[in-house]
Design a protein around this ligand. Structure first.
Ligand code: ATP
Ligand code: MG
Length: 333
């Protein structure tokens, strides 16, 4: 059997550079080797956007455009819309019995996200428990590998625990998945914060036009301790250099800039200008493919519908086995 990949994104906005280095690049690299399902996780996105569901429908299309733009092949990869696979909700309910409240409360990523969203004591149960539904997403496709950014490690660990518990209780039906972290585990935001994130407004989007890209790069956070271009600067932990390392293939140029920066022989403007140029070289072909698909919304819709149809078949097959293993198929044919 060909091994499977399952991963996904929340349709809370178009995809950004963090998605690329954290997960998309691995998906593209492995799409020939693995049977790949990619979930547009609109139900998960709803858990902190339920007051504005209209935000999601638009972004489902945007996220699909980003997938196609970076080179995910619609022939190879199934793009699946989460809300159109009701079997996921069913498996989530079964999984809820296999997780304790204490475990959910320990999840460091969810804790951090709760803080960022200023939920205080009013955390929606759906949000707090989304690692369970994410475990169902991964398990229903029997994924072996989950290409994700570092923030998702607790979710994969939670999934592994649930799968082990399920298999011990009911029999070996589900597959214990492994995480595959991208070459940049967590890309910082343009504001220097720990993670570029759609919800934090510190992103460079894959579809940003050149003038927007330039503006975002030029206003990036650098070394706060450096006041004049002649002051020796810090390269480590400086997001401009983190981006150079991730997106500028001209390592000689990057090394030279780093050295001059450390010695106080180059200004922020030049370092950013070179970063802009490198990012423009990287993003131009992605932007072009994106525009070509954006001009054919019907075709994109077809790709999503077909991926979802095929993905749902897989989910239905797993659920038959799950119900049988749990002895819940008494009245079914
Ligand atoms: P939101 O703010 O709505 O949660 P997000 O920007 O965090 O959006 P997600 O859809 O939650 O994006 O994440 C999708 C995938 O991209 C996950 O595997 C996540 O780990 C990865 N990812 C997101 N941001 C980054 C980043 N800055 N660096 C590396 N990987 C990232
Ligand atoms: Mg996120």
């Amino acid at each position: 059997m060909t091994k499977r990949i399952l991963t996904g994104d929340r349709p809370t906005g178009p995809l950004h550079l963090g998605h690329y280095v954290g997960s998309l690049r691995n998906r593209v690299r492995l799409q020939e080797e693995y049977d790949t399902h990619i979930l547009i996780a609109d139900l998960q996105a709803l858990t902190d956007n339920f007051e504005h569901p209209e935000k999601l429908s638009h972004n489902v299309h945007e996220v699909a455009l980003d997938y196609l733009a970076v080179g995910l092949s619609p022939e190879r990869v199934k793009i699946v819309v989460q809300s159109m696979v009701p079997e996921l909700a069913e498996l989530t309910v079964y999984f809820m019995n296999l997780v304790t409240v204490a475990t959910l409360e320990r999840n460091p990523t969810v804790k951090e996200e709760i803080k960022q969203r200023h939920f205080g004591k009013r955390v929606p149960v759906g949000f707090w428990a989304y690692p369970i539904s994410q475990a169902a997403d991964i398990a229903i496709f029997k994924a072996h590998l989950v290409p994700v950014g570092e923030d998702q490690l607790p979710m994969i660990e939670q999934t592994r625990e649930i799968v082990r518990r399920f298999n011990t209780l009911y029999g070996e039906v589900l597959v214990e998945p492994e995480a595959l972290i991208g070459e940049v585990a967590r890309l910082p935001g343009t504001d220097g914060s720990l993670k570029m994130s759609k919800s934090l407004g510190n992103c460079i989007y894959l579809g940003d036009p050149p003038e927007v890209l330039r503006k975002r790069v030029m206003s990036m956070f650098t070394d706060p301790t450096r006041i004049h271009a002649t002051d020796p600067g810090h390269v480590e932990g400086n997001p401009v250099f983190t981006y150079h390392d991730a997106f500028n293939p001209d390592t000689a140029e990057v090394d030279e800039l780093k050295q001059r920066y450390r010695e106080g022989r180059v200004g922020d403007v030049e370092v950013k200008q070179r970063l802009y140029e490198a990012l423009e070289r990287f993003l131009a072909p992605i932007r072009e493919t994106r525009a070509a698909y954006a001009a054919k919304p019907e075709q994109v819709r077809e790709i999503i519908m077909e991926g979802t149809r095929r993905g749902r078949e897989t989910a239905q097959a797993t659920m038959k086995e799950v119900r049988a293993a749990m002895k819940l198929d008494y009245l079914r044919a």
